[in-house]
Design a protein around this ligand. Sequence first.
Ligand code: AHM
Length: 337
Amino acid sequence: MIVNRNILTLDEFTLQQLRAFPTATGELSSLLRDIGLAAKRVNVEVNKAGLVDILGDAGAVNVQGEDVKKLDIYANNQFMGVLKHGISCAGIGSEELDEVVVFDDEVSNNSKYVVLFDPLDGSGNIDVNVSIGTIFGVYRRVSEVGKPCIAADFLQAGNRQVAAGYIVYGSSTMLVYATKRGVNGFTLDPSIGEFSLSHPNIKCPPSGKIYSVNHGNFFQYEKNVQQYINACQKKDKTNGGPYTQRYIGSMVADVHRNLLKGGIFMYPGTIGKPNGKLRLQYECNPFAFITEIAGGKATDGKQRILDIVPTQLHQRSPLFIGSINMMNELEEYLKQA
Ligand code: AHM
């Protein structure tokens, strides 16, 4: 077999990026490698998810006599484990855990980053073999390095992320991450077990033809949002259409598709849930960071997602995100009285 040595692996790529910064310590590269390792482990289990009924359901006991963990708990433990044992992370916040986890050991206390993540987003789709994902955002801590990290490290505005990314466990498994230098995508090559650079320097097309929203909630949305959705349905050749509605119900897959093809994803507030469903810290912020670096835009309908200063670890936010021209048009509708 001929191996294409022009294709960089995730590790090779992050090390190359590191060389551009002579004073860099390598902590971020190391952290991304840790996340890549956890992603590979989770990928193996996600691929076996359909066999759960054969091998034993969550809560059952496996052949080694251990409890069979639910996949989202498994994913949480994998990401938390690699970050705890790595050299770059002082603590984590996770969708699966009520409180942040402060690692508080000598190596971790001397690490400069904290990570917020959703270990398995869209987990309702596992049973039906539909793409799911992991989302993460990396922040430089505001607390003193050398001591345990503190709550304030996890309550920073999204614009303070130094990196953010996601893994989509789909027909291929991809890891996409952004730093201020750009967005790059890596596809897992199962033959060598490495993420390989497949989508260098991702740019979100300024316009697209896809809009993604849960239409079932249509009458729960505020009037301006309804009007924009109606406008999407009325698009034709004369005004950039026709548009296509695509909604998987797995945010990672929906936003990933729109990022590559151009489009807009919306999870607006509803009458019953004015802040919508998605979590600011580990769902909206990482995608807002990635999308902005790729040339797109993300708001909660009133302000830039990345400027919201969180007050709670698990707070929710409406989300509108995608191609710049589509977002600008949406904002015209949202401005109307
Ligand atoms: P989860 O955290 O329970 O997995 O929910 C998050 C998911 C997102 O991936 C997706 O965009 C959204 O929920 C879909 O919600 P809905 O079914 O209300 O449209």
